[in-house]
Design a binder for this molecule. Structure first.
Ligand code: KG4
Ligand code: ZN
Length: 370
């Protein structure tokens, strides 16, 4: 493991003197090996992310076998460095948490076994965190407005959540820790997958989301007439495979190499269709009986796709129209990270959700099964 691939997250300047219950969180479900130490007073005391993206880039996506090997090589160093950065030893930790699914099982097993080993050898409580719950709850650790400009936003239950990552795309009513009501979900691809595939078709690289986001900002969103699947139908479900097929059809009519202007316009038009679908489906969700009855005050976006500038801005507008507060995690807590696992660990610890007998990590683990 080379040191130049380690990202140490900026913790800001606001670590309070008052340290609460301290949790070590470990994430290894995809292509980031990450650990963080977070306390119950919302302080991120240390946070290390080792990104494997350079290792997978030449294959155009994550190769599970390579990811698992890279996690094995990185995990000890990442945990040790996290403790060092927080000026702590394992004895200063109160709770140990790790992702126990869903995700690439080879990677999940490595983080889970590391956490189990630490918990068993020290007698500390162990928390099995659902990776999606990590994304879903991290806005309660830290949340910002669409452009990160204003003061932190407090996110209280219940809230309406757009959870969009590389593997998932769901609208959820978050009633509490472990209490998720599914309002809508994708029938095929996730939003992140659509971004990644369009980027691949254009030869722009992996992961596609950030690249397409950047190029879209330079293009004309009306240049290509992408479909808005399901937007003329009732309900809150998504379908992104039609958008992907449309992308392929448009590209089959133009020879590569594509001009910068073509790529920018293509990305802008594609992204506009994704944004419209998200806003349309969230609009329907707000009119659903479950959401009307629960009266959530906050509209939240989370998951890697929550980094998308156009999606953040459009959701902030939608929230305003419905007299709701908009909240999104700061950019560095949207994609996979250890801090979200540590925070979800603390939230589960608070309600006594501790592992008391051996559990098997799960490649599939819907939030609604918590
Ligand atoms: O949550 P995440 O880190 O991993 C999963 O749990 O899947 O999400 C990764 C996904 C990738 O598909 C990536 O392309 C997408 O998040 N992503 C974005 C942006 N940044 C990352 N999608 C759109 N716009 C972005 N700026
Ligand atoms: Zn994720």
């Amino acid at each position: 493991m080379k040191n130049d691939k380690i990202i140490e997250m900026d913790m800001g300047t606001s670590v309070s003197e008052n340290i609460g219950t301290v949790c070590l969180g470990i994430e290894s479900s995809c292509d980031e090996t990450s650990a963080a130490i977070v306390d119950s007073n919302r302080n991120i005391l240390a946070h290390i992310i080792y990104s494997q993206i350079p290792e997978h880039q030449k294959y155009g996506g994550v190769v599970p076998e390579l990811a698992a090997r890279a996690h094995i090589l990185a995990i000890d160093t990442v945990i040790r460095q996290t403790l060092e950065r927080a000026n702590m030893t394992i004895n200063d930790i109160d709770v140990v948490a790790a992702t126990a699914g869903p995700g690439l099982i080879g990677g999940v097993l490595i983080g889970w076994m590391a956490a189990t080993g630490i918990a068993q050898s020290t007698g500390k409580p162990l928390i099995a965190v659902n990776h999606l719950e990590g994304h879903a709850l991290v806005p309660r650790l830290a949340a910002a407005t669409a452009d990160n400009s204003a003061a932190p936003v407090a996110v209280d239950f219940p809230y309406l959540l757009m959870l969009a990552s590389g593997g998932h795309c769901q609208i959820l009513l978050v009633r509490g820790v472990g209490k998720y009501e599914l309002i809508g979900q994708t029938l095929d691809d996730s939003a992140g997958e659509a971004f990644d595939k369009v980027s691949k078709m254009l030869g722009l690289g992996y992961p596609g989301g950030p690249i397409v986001d950047r190029r879209a900002a330079l293009g004309n969103p009306r240049a290509f007439d992408f479909p808005r699947p399901l937007c003329d139908k009732p309900g809150c479900d998504f379908s992104f495979s039609g958008i992907k097929t449309a992308a392929r059809t448009f590209l089959s009519k133009t020879d590569a190499p594509y001009s910068d202007e073509f790529i920018n316009d293509f990305c802008a038009s594609f992204q506009a269709s994704v944004v419209d679908c998200i806003i349309n489906r969230l609009g329907h969700a707000m009119k659903s009986a479950a959401v009307i009855n629960a009266k959530p005050k906050t509209l939240v976006v989370a998951g890697g796709v929550a980094k998308n500038s156009a999606i953040r801005a459009a959701m902030e507008d939608l929230a305003k129209k419905h007299n709701m507060i908009f909240a999104a995690p700061p950019m560095n807590l949207c994609t996979d990270n250890g801090a979200m696992i540590a925070w979800a660990g603390l939230e589960n610890y608070r309600i006594g959700n501790i592992v008391r007998e051996p559990i098997a990590p799960r490649p599939r683990w819907p939030l609604t099964e918590l």
